[in-house]
Design a protein around this ligand. Structure first.
Ligand code: ZN
Length: 340
């Protein structure tokens, strides 16, 4: 039977290898009972896990892919299907009570489908107690049960968990492929798509959430202006700019805001450095801001101060992630950038 590339798993960007393994398992109705999906935030782990649950439970699957049209496919699409459950951390951690509840619920056979699927998001936040609580479930699951644990970092998965799961790695998607899909499937403008594909470091989930996100793009403009003003060398202005670095228009936490600002600033100075070193043809992230890059670049007679700026921003980011004071760290950073 003809299978459109854009049905079932074909709708998901990238992850060819993981999809191939799961399509086969779904076609043969022979899934492993425990999977560990490993990959950065935004690479599509949850999306793929849900699609797998859909393919397995679909009433009219097409060569291992969900049909997208039957009652079960619709129910899953509308998040109204009791046999697929996503467990996300409550606050900072996945609580032991959540895992106990999961273990209890596993005793009941699926309600509407053939398979019951638990998707445990951010498995990195399972502490030892919570992980131990589900070991037996991973080892001796009921026939109808599939547990899918999602991890961002391999070191956070306890060996006892890892050894019981089939590991599937989720990789960053090639920028050209991602940009194309952002235009074709999500209606992004070409320039925006090319920027987001690179800025998201090939993580489709992160790119998709930023399409048309005005507050993100106006924040980027603000950060670019800030870099422009920092090169004036005025120390009083530098203190004011540190305040801008920490200020936010939306309801993010102070820490999230300053980390996001530092990330944007880092990408910007890396672009300036690349443009200074490589001139025309440099691989830039902010491709759509080429004129401004040339303008700011021209203020630096050589690459040294730009390389130092990149180092200083990285240093500040690490310090804040390590709980240093955000006001003191950002003020020191902006003074340094102003003096360079
Ligand atoms: Zn279906």
């Amino acid at each position: 039977m003809y299978v459109s590339e854009r049905m079932g798993f074909g709708n998901i960007i990238g992850q060819k290898l993981a999809k191939r393994v799961l399509v086969r398992a779904s076609r043969e109705q022979s899934p492993t009972h425990a999977y560990l999906f490993l990959g950065l935030r935004g690479t599509g782990k949850t999306t793929v896990a849900v699609e797998f649950g859909r393919a397995l439970n679909c009433l009219n699957p097409v060569d291992g892919n969900a049909c997208g049209e039957c009652a079960i496919c619709h129910a899953i699409e509308h998040e109204n299907f009791p046999d697929i459950r996503i467990w996300s951390p409550e606050g900072q951690n996945t609580k032991i009570d959540q895992m106990r509840e999961m273990r209890e619920m596993a005793k009941f056979a699926p309600n509407r489908g053939k398979w019951k699927i638990n998707i445990i998001e951010q498995g990195d936040t399972l502490n030892e107690e919570s992980a131990n609580c589900i070991l037996k479930l991973l080892e001796e699951p009921p026939d109808y049960l599939i547990n899918i644990l999602l991890f961002r970092n391999a070191v956070n998965a306890l060996p006892t968990i890892r050894s019981r799961c089939q590991l599937l790695r989720f990789t960053q998607v090639d920028a050209d492929e991602l940009a194309l899909r952002l235009v074709e499937d999500f209606g992004a403008a070409k320039e925006e798509a090319e920027f987001l594909a690179v800025y998201s470091q090939g993580c489709p989930g992160r790119a998709i959430e930023l399409i048309g996100n005005e507050s993100f793009f106006s924040r980027r403009d603000e950060i670019i202006r800030l870099a422009h003003d920092a090169s004036s060398g005025n120390p009083w202005l530098a203190l004011k700019l540190a305040g801008i670095l920490r200020s936010s228009n939306d309801d993010k936490s102070a820490r999230e805001t300053v980390i996001e600002s530092l990330d944007m600033l880092l990408v910007w100075y890396r672009d300036l450095l690349a443009a200074k070193l490589q001139g025309e043809g440099a691989a830039l992230v902010n491709m759509d801001k080429l004129d401004e890059i040339k303008l700011q670049c021209a203020r630096y007679p050589h690459a040294g101060p730009l390389a130092n700026a990149v180092d200083s921003i990285l240093f500040a980011k690490r310090a804040i992630l390590g709980n240093a004071s955000a006001p003191i760290t950002t003020e020191a950073l902006m003074m340094r950038l102003a003096a360079s």
